[in-house]
Design a protein around this ligand. Structure first.
Ligand SMILES: [Zn+2]
Ligand SMILES: [Zn+2]
Length: 376
């Protein structure tokens, strides 16, 4: 179970493959490994099973998106290998980031308790929490207090579902196995016990607090550290903070999906921060210093004489930290030269004098342009 192969890989298609492409790939693979074409070949038989399992999931839009998001854990296609036996090598696109931030997540998707009772232990559901944070917090990381509504084991009955002081009883219809034998002619098949719905026990006096469910809804307060560098769409997985399991099954996980609010001045491109800074005409012409906001406060930046609108300056290492620890982005400042307006007569006459002195000599682009249109 430890090395369950990627379904797309099994069918030899890309993750963006459409339905037709999937179908074609499936048909040709199924033909190739079909037992009729490979009598007695164990490897082919395994492959045939694998191909069928992969197609079963990917042809179904719902299962496919669950698989894309959570890998094999999302579709529970594998047989339960007991608690902790899942072996989920793949966690979709978010895998890399998660494994960096949180390690050792995911137990099995389900498992059976091995003890005297045959009650089925089931893993609690995963929960999703959409969290909006501001731009600066996404750059520096932050700590947030969340209130997560979720199912908790009922403490009044310790999760048994039976009223305090009473016990659940093994189901007499199936002797607690959860399954009954049905005989039809020559055939005898095992069916889920209809009396206990396969649970193996019945509750005669349900717990009043949880109405026999063994779990109850509560608001759980948790504090979560958001790492520096998260972006809209980043997902954090908090193991074991999902819903309580059933019959002693493991807890589900909590998935936090980040949304970053837009910033008035900054925007983001991968790990780089971008901003546009207005520059007075004279500073742009003569060169000088401008004030630039960064993620870590204001800094003074020198710009050279002759700076044009649209010119971008790069400040190395002043961007977002990479979530996988691969360095830090840059801060890119784009100059936007501001033309002065509302000049008084003295100011205007100085500029007129300047114009007389320079003509088009100071404007090579203008000169080129004029030459070009003359030639048209
Ligand atoms: Zn209870
Ligand atoms: Zn039963």
């Amino acid at each position: 179970m430890a090395s369950k192969r990627d379904y797309y890989e099994i069918l030899g298609v890309s993750r963006s493959a459409g339905d037709d492409e999937l179908k074609r790939a499936y048909r040709s693979m199924a033909k190739k490994y079909h037992p009729d074409a490979n009598p007695g070949n164990k490897t082919a038989e395994e492959k045939f099973k694998e191909v069928n399992e992969a197609y079963e999931v990917l042809k179904d839009g719902k299962k496919r998106s669950a698989y894309d998001q959570f890998g094999h854990a999302g579709v529970k296609a594998g047989s339960a290998g007991g608690p902790g036996g899942g072996g989920f090598s793949d966690f979709g696109d978010m895998g890399d980031m998660f494994s960096e931030i949180f390690e050792g997540f995911f137990g099995g998707t389900s498992g059976r308790s091995r003890g005297g009772t045959q009650s089925r232990a089931r893993r609690g559901s995963d929960l999703r929490y959409d969290l909006t944070i501001n731009f600066i917090d996404s750059a520096h990381g932050t700590e947030v207090n969340l209130e997560v509504p979720r199912m908790e084991t009922c403490d009044s009955c310790q999760g048994t579902g039976a009223k305090a002081g009473t016990r659940k009883k093994a189901c007499s219809a199936c002797q607690g196995t959860g399954q009954v034998r049905m005989t039809q002619g020559f055939f005898s098949v095992m069916r889920t016990c209809p009396t206990c719905q396969g649970e193996g026990y019945v509750i005669e006096q349900p717990c009043m607090v949880c109405r026999g469910e063994g779990r109850k809804r509560v608001i759980r307060k948790i504090t979560v550290k958001i790492p520096a560098g998260v972006d809209t769409g980043s997902r954090l997985k908090i193991s074991g903070e999902g819903e309580a399991g059933i019959n002693g099954g493991p807890r589900g996980d909590l998935h936090i999906v980040i949304q970053v609010e837009p910033h008035l001045i900054f925007s983001r491109d991968e790990e780089d921060v971008l901003c546009e800074v207005p520059v007075p005409l004279t500073t742009a012409v003569l060169g000088g210093e401008i004030e630039v906001p960064t993620l870590n406060g204001r800094v003074t930046m020198k710009i050279p004489a002759g700076t044009q609108t649209g010119k971008t300056f790069r400040m190395r290492g002043k961007g977002f930290p990479n979530l996988r620890g691969l360095g830090t982005g840059d801060h890119l400042v784009t100059a936007k030269v501001e033309t002065p307006t509302k000049l008084n007569s003295k100011q205007a006459s100085l500029l007129k004098e300047f114009e007389k002195l320079t003509g088009n000599d100071a404007y090579p682009v203008v000169r080129q342009f004029l030459d070009a249109i003359k030639r048209l």
